[in-house]
Design a protein around this ligand. Structure first.
Ligand code: ATP
Ligand code: MG
Ligand code: FE
Length: 335
């Protein structure tokens, strides 16, 4: 089984070919970070234009890297949502055209299911499973009792973790996307500023990061008003310590309550060194298997979409030529 997967939900134009849902045959990602940097974030209209320019090239390159013909493929998978509607539509239309021309079935994939299934490219998933999804637009704990079954047991009530990283980075005058910069700076300080932790209600698996973001902004303003110099590394470390502690403790509590066999981390923020180390240590102590994708598969890519699509294909999920971009698509079980 060979699946060609396409992902254009945000600012990466990506295509990949996945064999049997587990093996990456080829994986091409064209990032727009350089041109979006000038605006300090993703401008939807610019993202769409980039995707239009890149999509054909990226698909051709993926086939060439894999040394494969369209006739070798089993199906075409594409991110249906959530994401920027204009960006999604470029990938969806490319997938439709490719599937129609070559007579292949279409598989509509949820972007977050893709992030989760990036872990299936590392090792087979073990159920019941708990996924900590931390990305630019999402922060949630997802319980999976088997393949294709998703139950969101907690989510952010305001900012996503990646969004908080990017906003704090902007406050510290770091370029977009800020996550990797904060991560690096946090490791350059020995002591961090003591920022609050948002635990919310005792039994809640929800998250909140906007208070922490405000605390960082207030800290900076107060120092500036007193004419004192801020040490960005200490702010970065204090911010990261707060995010990592809350994410780790809530994930551990949920893993115990749901008695899972495996915990996985997924999404762009799971590339964070501090978070990876903290989760690895915590689940070693818990005696629960823990997996996180290699860095390249944490941020947006199409390999993860192909990995999810392989299971969807086997479960009989099919799209059609009437498929549309679903910017607010909810994570629903496919079994
Ligand atoms: P979503 O997946 O929710 O639709 P997205 O696709 O825009 O959002 P991803 O590509 O999964 O998000 O992740 C991008 C986010 O990950 C950005 O906010 C970025 O700052 C963050 N990020 C990337 N690397 C790191 C890191 N090392 N530490 C912290 N954050 C990081
Ligand atoms: Mg991105
Ligand atoms: Fe993403």
């Amino acid at each position: 089984q060979y699946i060609l997967a396409i992902e254009t939900s945000c600012d990466e134009t990506a295509a990949a070919i996945i064999r049997n849902g587990t093996e990456i045959v080829s994986n091409v990602v064209a990032s727009q970070i350089e041109s979006q940097k000038r605006f300090g974030g993703v401008v939807p209209e610019i993202a769409s234009r980039h995707h239009v320019e890149q999509i054909t090239i990226v698909i051709e390159e993926t086939l060439k890297d894999a040394n494969m013909q369209p006739s070798d493929l089993t199906a075409v998978a594409v991110t249906e949502g959530p994401g920027l509607v204009g960006a999604l539509l470029i990938g969806i239309n490319a997938a439709k055209a490719f599937a129609f021309v070559h007579g292949l079935p279409l598989i509509p994939v949820h972007h977050i299911a893709g992030h989760i299934y990036a872990n299936a490219l590392v090792e087979p998933l073990q159920f019941p499973l708990l996924a900590l999804v931390v990305s630019g637009g999402h922060t949630e704990l997802v319980f999976m009792k088997e393949h294709g079954s998703f139950e969101v047991i907690g989510e952010t009530r305001d900012d996503a973790a990646g969004e908080a990283y990017d906003k704090v980075a902007r406050v510290l005058k770091m370029p977009y996307p800020g996550g990797p910069h904060i991560d690096r700076m946090a490791h350059e300080a020995t002591e961090g500023i003591d920022f609050p932790r948002a635990w919310l209600e005792e039994d809640s698996y929800d998250f909140s990061f906007s208070g922490l973001k405000s605390a960082v902004i207030n800290y900076k303003h107060n120092l500036e008003q007193r004419g004192e110099e801020i040490i960005p590394e200490k702010v970065a470390k204090g911010f990261q310590d707060s995010v990592v502690e809350v994410l780790t403790k809530k994930t551990v509590r949920a893993a115990r309550e749901y008695k899972v066999k495996q915990v996985i981390a997924a999404g762009g923020v799971s590339a964070n060194k501090g978070l990876r180390e903290s989760l690895e240590k915590a689940f070693e102590q818990e005696g629960i298997a823990f997996t996180v994708p290699p860095l390249k598969l944490c941020t947006d890519n199409a390999a993860m979409i192909g990995a999810a699509a392989a299971h969807m294909y086997n479960a009989g999920v099919r799209g059609n030529l009437a498929m549309n971009g679903l910017p607010g698509k909810e994570l629903k079980s496919w079994i």
